[in-house]
Ligand binder design. Structure first.
Ligand code: AQP
Length: 325
């Protein structure tokens, strides 16, 4: 299968991004042809700092590598380097119903979050995402729960294109992780963990052990002191239990038993240790890659050439089918 996925270089990539998306990539690349993009053109649809963008792109590439993406096998590249993404997005925009775009939850949420920055790019985000996937004829898209609706729209767009102009696109499927598809904020467990929220609400993959401990010890918990997995009654502790379980591969039931009769403090201390140990290789790899900027850039350039070869072939077909050029 051809797999496509990406991350917005909008800041500190957190354990939600990792557990929801990146962790799946590593398994998938063993048996599939994978294209992993750093989607900078999506990143500019919400407020951003131009000076930080290049650093964020390199950080995202470092995360991909630290997590185990193999750049020899999988294609890693930066979206804006391959112009065909913008071209295909424009063409697909002409067959995407406005009504469908208006229903998108992410557009509604981000518009509320950034009231002074509601732009047409944000509205058209799902069309660009459909172009990202279809340009590579992606058949499956590993993402977290929040992006499921966008992949469904990409399916609808692919179907419409095929019916109207001739069958060239597969209808991409969403691949959600079995658990961890939605990791919640540490400060408000009713909201999803997000890079653009306060730093106390997420654990970045590059956080120092001191920061990890502070954030987990301060994480919002619920009334009562039992460590029980119950999303409705105990959203805070359930979120922490889920993180514990995903990082240790222990079922939540087993973790509940381990901490039976013990308080939140003891559980949080243990979770902090688990997270610190799990993320240690990420910090190490980032430090190493910080001194190998040239290597990372070369690797992204190679990825760009490989991506371009596929993208150009698809665009040739699309233009022919649509009677353009
Ligand atoms: N909390 C989450 N739990 C599980 N998966 C998540 N993802 C995001 N948040 C969670 C998944 O991570 C991948 C990359 O996301 P993105 O950077 O493209 O944008 P996003 O979904 O908007 O993520 P953020 O962290 O909330 O970023 P900002 O604050 O910039 O908007 C996707 O597969 C996503 O599903």
């Amino acid at each position: 299968m051809r797999i496509f996925s990406g991350i917005r270089p909008t800041g500190n990539i957190h354990i939600g991004n990792y557990l929801g998306a990146v962790k799946q990539w590593i398994e998938l690349q063993k048996k599939n042809e994978c294209v992993f993009c750093i989607v900078d053109m999506h990143a500019i649809t919400t407020p951003y700092d131009v000076k930080e963008m290049q650093k964020n792109i390199i950080d995202a590439a470092s995360i991909y590598l630290a997590a185990g993406v193999d750049p020899e096998k999988s294609i890693i590249f930066v979206q804006s380097g391959v112009k065909e993404h913008a071209e295909l997005a424009w063409l697909l925009g002409t067959i995407t119903p406005m009504g469908e775009l208006s229903r998108m939850t992410q557009f509604k949420e981000k518009s509320k979050q950034h009231k002074d920055y509601i732009n047409a790019g944000l509205f058209n985000y799902p069309v660009l995402m459909a172009a990202d996937i279809l340009l590579y004829k992606g058949e499956a898209v590993p993402v977290g729960k929040d992006q499921e609706q966008h992949v469904e729209l990409a399916r609808t767009i692919a179907k419409k294109f095929n019916q109207k102009f001739g069958n060239i696109f597969p209808e991409p499927e969403t691949i959600l992780p079995k658990s961890g598809a939605k990791i919640m904020s540490l400060t408000d467990p009713k909201k999803k963990m997000s890079k653009s929220d306060d730093a106390k609400s997420y654990i970045s993959l590059f956080d120092t052990p001191e920061d990890i401990t502070k954030k987990i010890m301060a994480a919002s918990t619920d009334s009562g002191k039992d460590i029980i997995y119950n999303i409705t009654k105990k959203p805070g502790i359930s979120n922490l239990l889920m993180i514990y379980s995903l990082l240790t591969d222990e079922p939540t039931k087993k973790i509940e038993e381990k901490f039976k009769g013990k308080g939140y403090g003891e559980f949080k201390k243990s979770l902090a240790e688990v997270v610190i140990n799990y993320l240690e290789p990420f910090r190490r790899k980032q430090k190493e890659l910080q001194t190998r900027d040239v290597y990372v850039k070369e690797l992204l350039n190679k990825g760009k050439s490989r991506a371009e070869t596929i993208a150009k072939t698809t665009m040739q077909e699309v233009r022919e089918k649509m009677g353009l050029g």
